[in-house]
Design a protein around this ligand. Structure first.
Ligand SMILES: [Zn+2]
Length: 203
């Protein structure tokens, strides 16, 4: 199964693929998207050309998109009826829908390109600390945001808690992150779904 992953860094993409392979119960084949600039809003800028390329030229079955929410709105079920303009999940859903409806069906494939979207609240390190740090979770983050002072520097704190340092190398970040995915997969990611219903549950 060939599935492309687009996220905010090469390490994040390895981590998202590990999540996906564990959820699907099979090892997916990656597709090099040749993306140099990542992060929000660069992902929105490159998305139309990536989707078109995957749709027409690559033997791709799916695309998984995952971004950090940082300070933006947390996705909620109410948004499924009325998308929120400051919610990255809603923005990516709207954008991908607009791109897909503009494409004619692929002649050689019965199904359209499948797209899965996740938003890590407020960053992927929070997912990876789930079950270890009781302070992570979408409602916990909302509380911190409401009490503005507590949210400042929080993403940096998360990174430091997970990697043990402010300056972890890519190799070290990857090693620690994949170990966390393995730990979370033991419980079938149920705790993650409970604590991150909008961003992980939707994915
Ligand atoms: Zn939303």
């Amino acid at each position: 199964m060939r599935v492309a992953v687009l996220s905010e860094s090469p390490v994040d993409e390895v981590v998202i693929r590990a999540f996906m392979d564990a959820i699907l119960g099979q090892k997916t084949e990656s597709i090099d998207l040749h993306v140099r600039t990542r992060g929000w809003p660069a992902i929105c800028d490159v998305l139309p050309s990536i989707i078109k390329r995957l749709h027409w030229h690559d033997d791709a079955e799916g695309l998984v998109l995952c971004v950090d929410t940082n300070g933006s709105e947390i996705h909620r079920s109410e948004h499924d009826d009325i998308p929120h303009r400051d919610c990255r999940m809603c923005q990516l859903r709207t954008l991908t829908h607009e791109i897909l409806v503009g494409l004619s069906p692929r002649p050689d494939r019965p199904t359209a390109l499948g797209i899965a979207i996740g938003t890590a609240v407020p960053a992927i390190e929070a997912w990876l600390l789930c079950g270890v740090d009781s302070g992570v979770g979408e409602s916990q983050w909302q509380q911190k945001k409401d009490q503005d002072a507590q949210s400042r520097g929080y993403v940096r704190t998360l990174k430091k808690t997970l990697y043990g340092t402010d300056h972890a190398s890519q190799i070290e970040r990857k090693r620690i992150s994949l170990k966390a995915v393995e730990r979370l997969s033991v419980g079938n990611f149920r705790t993650l779904e409970d604590k991150f219903p909008g961003g992980f549950g939707s994915l």
